[in-house]
Write a protein that binds this ligand. Structure first.
Ligand code: CP
Length: 358
């Protein structure tokens, strides 16, 4: 394998399409020959810094490192760490990167993983940053599609539910737009539609997409249906969540209208958006998906640790401007350099991708 071009995995762009494909192929091989990979990461230490709850992502990262023969440290509740005493993200990451060889971090704030990468001596993997991105879930989704669908190309992909806050949705769209012939059906209420930057991204990539509000009407069109939970924790008020919850429920009656080779995915956890009766339908692949996540994360860490060396980066110089997104990590961690990139007549925040007009 060629070494990875990027030291960290913060956004999907950190891997080329060729690298995504290579890692998914490796994950498939690990699935077939798990025992052959024991010891590949002997002597390596993974730190899992989970500032936000998780079952699958945290445990699959930990299992992945243990299955590769390495060891694990970390926290899954910042209240039990010195974060509760007011320690900054910068200090926590700098210290933990001195103890470990690779860090997987989940944080409730958009841009936190990018911020961590500026102060880490070791590679940082974004295990979910607020409602922004979740690239290792996407890797999981790709490994699932490779095994369950056999192709990444020419698919009609429906995404349903909380497309505004669903970071797994944003990451999956960005990844699948890179493969030829894919089109997207975005199924949500008006309030929970995908952010404008994702629609712009699809249009710029030349992918056909449509927004609809009826899951039933979309069902016959789809090769892949990606269901998502309405994310209660991201709503401003309980009342607003109550208005949005329960709008989309996939049940056996809706599955009757779907293609025979539809694949139903869900990053999980689910609340009520997939009826339990669907679990027995052979097209439901969301529990298999959780297992593919283990192989995906084993493959990813193997690849990222191949050429890894410890090195304290020099953070970039910031500019005298503020990100317009009040939920961006730059508003919580005041020492962070404010950096942006230009995209046409827009200024795009390097941490959370919020766009403002120049
Ligand atoms: N899919 C996913 O991220 O699940 P967890 O929140 O349990 O990690």
């Amino acid at each position: 394998m060629e070494p990875m071009q990027s030291r960290h995995l913060i956004d999907l762009d950190d891997l080329s399409v060729a690298e995504w494909e290579e890692i998914t192929r490796l994950a498939c091989d690990i699935r077939e020959h798990m025992d052959d990979y024991y010891g590949v990461c002997r002597g390596r230490i993974l730190a899992t810094l989970f500032y936000e709850p998780s079952t699958r992502t945290q445990m699959s990262f930990q299992t992945a490192m243990l299955r590769l023969g390495g060891r694990i440290i970390g926290f899954d509740n910042p209240a039990n760490s010195s974060v509760s005493k007011g320690e900054s993200l910068k200090d926590t990451v700098r210290v933990v990167s001195g103890y470990s060889d690779i860090i997987a971090m989940r944080h409730p704030t958009a841009g936190a993983a990018k911020a961590a990468s500026l102060y880490s001596r070791v590679p940082v993997i974004n295990a979910g940053d607020g409602g922004h991105l979740h690239p290792t879930q996407t890797l999981t989704d790709l490994v699932t599609l490779r095994n369950e669908k056999g192709t990444f190309d020419g698919l009609c992909i429906g995404l349903c539910g909380d497309l505004k806050n669903g970071r797994t949705v944003h990451s999956l769209i960005k990844a699948m737009a890179g493969f030829p012939g894919n089109r997207f059906v975005l199924i949500s209420t008006k309030k929970l539609g995908v952010p404008a930057y994702i629609k712009d991204f699809l249009s710029a990539a030349g992918c056909p997409w449509q927004e609809v509000d009826s899951l039933s009407e979309a069902m016959p069109l789809l090769d892949v249906l990606y269901m998502t939970r309405i994310q209660r924790e991201r709503f401003d008020s309980p009342e607003e969540y109550e208005r949005q919850k329960g709008v989309y429920i996939l049940d056996a009656a809706k599955m009757k209208a779907a293609k025979k080779d539809l694949v139903v995915l869900h990053p999980l956890p689910r609340v009520d958006e997939i009826a339990i009766e669907v679990d027995d339908d052979p097209r439901a692949k969301y529990f298999e998906q959780t297992e593919y996540g283990l192989y995906a994360r084993m493959a990813l860490m193997m690849k990222m640790l191949e050429n890894a060396h410890k090195e304290l980066p020099v953070p970039p110089k910031g500019v005298d401007a503020l990100c317009a997104n009040p939920g961006c990590i730059t508003h919580q961690e005041p020492y962070l350099p404010h950096t942006f990139r230009k995209s046409g007549d827009l200024l795009v925040c390097d941490y959370c991708d919020e766009r403002t007009l120049l």
